[in-house]
Ligand binder design. Structure first.
Ligand code: PEP
Ligand code: MG
Length: 359
């Protein structure tokens, strides 16, 4: 058995020596980050921050939506969230000391955070005259924010712009945590950008906050809306790195709901054999892949040296890792358990195509 372990080690060492793609992991907690490191990840390519607003903090989120345009509640809620977020980020920086950690500003599909409209409506109706003032206002707010297609609605940068102070609170917390933890290497990522104008507003504010705190951190964006891929040349003007969010990019390119891929329809549709493997599993080179190629080329033309990565589920899929190598990405980021496979495939891709697309 020892021999087997040594053989695997030799293969991994060889793969690491030849691969050109860096392998990072998607991790949202210090535990996940530590696990990723044990599996050989050289950084966190995606730290999602949505889950940090659940549980006991849900009430603070409610306060935010009760006063989306301003007001005392909003500021009180943001002030309460900031030290909690600072601790969240410090924990991850500690686990990854010396390695880059890309923190993505909050990207919640709103329906997962708001109280359920029906539940709330029933509660208020049953209570009648005795319904609390807060519940009434909450019901009003939830009705106002209700969306038919939340995944195509008020998410990511759109939410950040709609609730002033929210992204700024997160950036202040990232800066504070980076100052606390020796060896922290923060990167800030803006989700669901479709137009450079959105990115510019957020970027300017974030850069100001970082400068005031005396913290250096790259600011980049996800490329996950087809329009972002098609206008990558403009977007690169405001981004130090791109990370392809192929989960959303696949959903929006194909028009297949990513939340319904387990559904009877999608499964049966795949079984019809109209196309081969699910595009959610492996990058579809002709469609999603072509958008990625366009974005990589135009982004690098506009900003030579632009750093390119991927953090959708495809980042740990062997065939997709080969594609990422071919189009000249700098890194793939995948779930911690898929890190060894990604390292291996990145090595194999480099051996198969030593001189892939230029950088
Ligand atoms: C993506 O869309 O590929 C992505 C990584 O972001 P999320 O899955 O959180 O939407
Ligand atoms: Mg996404």
């Amino acid at each position: 058995e020892d021999e087997l372990v040594r053989a695997v080690d030799r293969v991994m060492t060889h793969a690491d020596a030849v691969r050109r793609l860096e392998v990072r992991a998607n991790a949202d907690t210090p535990e996940d980050a530590a696990r990723a490191r044990r599996f050989g990840a050289l950084g966190v390519g995606l730290c999602r921050t949505e889950h940090m607003f659940l549980g006991e903090r849900r009430r603070l989120v409610e306060d935010l939506i009760l006063a989306p345009g301003g007001g005392k509640e909003r500021q009180v809620a943001l002030d309460a969230l900031e030290p909690l977020q600072t601790a969240d980020f410090a924990g991850i920086f500690e686990a990854m000391r010396g390695l880059p950690v890309t923190i993505r500003l909050i990207d919640p599909p709103l329906h997962e955070f708001l109280p359920d409209l029906t539940d709330l409506a029933v509660r208020v109706a049953v209570a009648g005259e005795r319904a609390g003032e807060r519940d009434r206002r909450l019901l009003e707010a939830v009705r106002r924010l209700h969306e038919q297609n939340p995944m195509l609605g008020l998410r990511g940068v759109r939410l950040g712009l709609a609730i002033p102070g929210l992204f700024a609170m997160q950036v202040r917390a990232i800066a504070a945590a980076a100052r606390q933890v020796e060896g922290a290497r923060a990167e800030i990522m803006i989700p669901l950008v479709g137009a450079v104008q959105e990115l510019e507003i957020v970027r300017e504010e974030a850069a100001r906050i970082l400068a005031e705190a005396g913290v250096e951190a790259a600011i980049g964006t996800m490329i996950e809306v087809p329009r972002a891929a098609l206008t990558a040349g403009q977007i690169a003007g405001a981004a130090e790195f791109f990370s392809f969010g192929t989960n959303d990019l696949t959903q929006m390119t194909w028009g297949f709901s990513r939340d319904d891929v387990e559904s009877a329809f999608f499964g049966r549709y795949l079984d019809l054999g109209v196309f081969g493997v699910s595009p959610f599993e492996s990058i579809d080179r002709d469609g999603v892949g072509r958008l990625m190629r366009i974005a990589a080329e135009e982004g690098r033309r506009a900003r030579p040296g632009l750093k390119l990565g991927i953090c959708g589920e495809h980042g740990g899929d062997p065939d997709s890792v080969h594609f990422c190598h071919e189009i000249g990405l700098d890194y793939v980021s995948c779930s911690p358990f898929r890190v060894p496979v990604a390292r291996l495939e990145a090595g194999r891709a480099a051996l198969a195509r030593p001189g892939s697309d230029s950088r």
